[in-house]
Ligand binder design. Structure first.
Ligand code: ATP
Length: 415
């Protein structure tokens, strides 16, 4: 079969500084008698006409030494991971990963694989899906040649996500989440045998650490419309494997869309998405998930705060609440927890109160400081805090509005 050459597509679709970089990198590899390839997402997206500049370069030979040689000639910086034989090279705003081609073996399901140096074919064979298992050679004599041992290009045409072998999901069940992610992002279909194996191997998700599942979930939240991925995960029983009480229904889709709107200009509000995904869990369920995913303290706090505010919905839903009451009900929680409740609450009044708190009430402060109060004769100690609080309440409820009125109020207090 004649070789397909993608040099023209590379030149047309990638920015000129990247083309210049990969050509020089190919020449540097040639000089060192190494072979260099661009692999994975960039190749897939090049063939799909989608913009992707996240370069993953695979080297037959020592990737670290090649990356360092290129970095030296380009005044770029490298971060090296000797254990994995990888190096990350940064120049200007670009970031490129250099990976030593490797052959992997899984001793048991879910375990990290044992790794040995290998050929580009070995390296492509360890990958997740046919559409991600293509490479383009960068050495000058073969520049642009497509290497496609698993017919990835054909699956791109057929819009199929297909694993490379039957043990793929039992080797690494995070690929189940990855399959869903690509299917929904690219508007593909998971190929029928792959789908059957997902269903067979869902239980293998139990063999994967919570850390790795959390990472997959974070990647889902970086997608343009994660609700699509979650709905598919729910349909396949994958979301249930994460926690049996999680749901991905119309409510979820609507609240995620609202989260994107609220979070502009950054449209990937990960903590907010997570808070909304967990919004309907009770305390016990939430704690189980926090523990399983080993969430950071900050993220766990967002989720606990979201629940704490949700539990106040009834109080917040009372019409005509005094602003000082709203303030006290809502004071002291994490930012994303407010927004999750303002989006997720089933009470319009509660949402309005949260919005009022966020836009106005939380910024209200007395004009007088602790020092001013001392001068007005308030004894040093807890009284200062009490008086400041009373002043804030009076301001919140519109009983006073100026510094003079605050002074008058302080003088009138029996201290
Ligand atoms: P994305 O557009 O989602 O970033 P990508 O293809 O660049 O897509 P990465 O997660 O950056 O995805 O991974 C790079 C490549 O590494 C993938 O294309 C795939 O070939 C391989 N890969 C990543 N994770 C796995 C995995 N769990 N099992 C096998 N191969 C994987």
């Amino acid at each position: 079969m004649s070789k397909i050459n993608l040099a023209k597509q590379l030149g047309e679709q990638l920015p000129s500084d990247i083309i210049d970089f990969i050509q020089k990198a190919g020449e540097a590899a040639e000089k060192r008698q190494q072979r260099l390839y661009v692999v994975g997402g960039v190749v897939r997206d090049l063939l799909l006409d989608r913009c992707n500049t996240d370069l993953d370069l695979v080297v037959e030979g020592d990737a670290i030494k090649l990356a360092q040689a290129i970095a030296a000639s380009k005044k770029a910086s490298t971060t090296v991971h000797t254990r994995f034989g990888t190096a990350n090279l940064k120049w200007a705003s670009r970031s490129v990963d250099f990976i030593t081609a490797r052959a992997e073996n899984y001793a048991r399901p879910g375990a990290l694989p044992t790794v040995n140096p290998g050929s580009i074919h070995d390296d492509l064979s360890r990958r997740d899906f046919t559409v991600n298992s293509m490479a383009i050679e960068l050495n000058p004599r073969h520049y642009g040649e497509l290497i496609d041992p698993f017919n990835g290009r054909q699956d791109l045409d057929k819009k199929l996500v297909r694993i490379l072998h039957k043990k793929s999901f039992s080797d690494d069940a995070t690929r189940i989440w990855r399959a869903i992610r690509y299917e929904q992002r690219l508007d593909f279909k998971i190929e029928s045998e792959t789908l059957r194996l997902i269903k067979r191997d869902i239980k293998m998700l139990e063999t994967v650490s919570g850390d790795r599942i959390r990472h997959e979930l974070e990647l889902v939240f970086k997608e343009e419309t994660p609700e699509k991925q979650l709905a598919r995960a729910a349909e396949l029983g994958v979301l249930e494997a994460l926690h049996p009480s999680l749901r991905a229904d119309d409510w979820q889709a609507e609240t995620f869309a609202a989260a994107r709107e609220k979070n502009l200009p950054d449209p990937t509000p990960s903590p907010l998405y997570l808070a909304l995904l967990c919004y309907r869990l009770n305390e016990k369920e939430l704690e189980q998930l926090i523990k399983y995913l080993r969430l950071t303290k900050t993220t766990a706090q967002v989720l606990r705060d979201t629940l704490a505010i949700r539990e106040k919905t009834q109080e917040l839903a009372a019409p005509g609440l005094a602003p000082s009451i709203v303030y006290h009900l809502l004071h002291g929680y994490s930012a994303a927890a407010y927004i999750a409740n303002s989006i997720g609450s089933d009470s319009e009044t509660a949402s309005e109160h949260i919005e009022l708190y966020l836009s106005v009430l939380r910024h209200v402060k007395p004009a007088l400081s602790g020092k001013d109060l001392e001068k007005l004769g308030v004894p040093i100690g807890p009284e200062i805090k009490d008086v400041l609080q009373k002043l804030r309440e009076a301001r919140l409820d519109g009983r006073i509005g100026t510094k003079g009125e605050e002074e008058e109020m302080v003088r009138g207090l029996s201290l």
